[in-house]
Write a new protein. Structure first.
Length: 197
């Protein structure tokens, strides 16, 4: 799927849990992890940036792109990343000495346990992978979601196909509308129980 969609889904799936900027970043990080080093490699070697069209294949990119893509788009390696994030948040909680909850602040919208915070931080990344599995073809960066245990991949329909992108746009628009509607109801409910002057 395209980078903007990954950012939007990251924001939608973690609404009121983590800051939307962090959620959007976590939603696009799997692609940035794979493609930014590839672009740097091309620039350093004096090569022209690879143009993407319907004829572009994975091998048109430097090998480093596919090597890193296999890591960032693997559910196995993402689980390892989740464990690392959880461990780091547990260490942060010990340093804060604030009980069993990380306090709400710049990145966390509500106080939560390190495990819960790690879960919400990894949700955009995991959803990125699940969104890419059916929307990437075998010829152009298929999703190696079981690496390193299996090289099984699905030959999906390219995300730039008009109806795939259209369904995605409709889905995240509907979810956005539901979030706004829920927020409006919550605000109205809070106003109804507020003390009157």
């Amino acid at each position: 799927m395209d980078v903007l969609s990954h950012a939007i889904w990251g924001r939608h799936l973690t609404h009121h849990r983590i800051d939307w900027r962090l959620a959007a970043a976590m939603g696009v990080l799997p692609d940035l992890f794979a493609f930014v080093p590839s672009m740097i490699t091309q620039t350093v070697n004096g090569n022209v940036r690879t143009e993407v069209d319907e004829n572009t294949v994975t091998s048109d990119f430097p090998a480093i792109a596919w090597d890193l893509y296999k890591i960032s788009h693997s559910l196995i390696w993402t689980f390892v990343l989740f464990l690392v994030i959880w461990g780091l948040l547990e260490m942060r909680l010990r340093r804060l000495d604030s009980g069993d909850q990380l306090p709400a602040g710049k990145w966390l919208q509500t106080s939560m346990s390190p495990r819960t915070a790690a879960t919400f931080l990894i949700i955009p990344w995991v959803f990125h992978i699940f969104l890419d599995i059916p929307t990437h073809t075998i010829k152009f960066f298929p999703t190696p979601f079981l690496m390193p245990f299996s090289d099984f991949m699905i030959d999906g329909v390219g995300w730039s196909t008009w109806w795939v992108w259209g369904l995605n746009a409709v889905a995240f628009t509907v979810v956005w509308w539901l979030i706004r509607n829920n927020d409006a109801q919550r605000t109205a409910a809070m106003a109804s129980i507020a003390p009157r002057a």
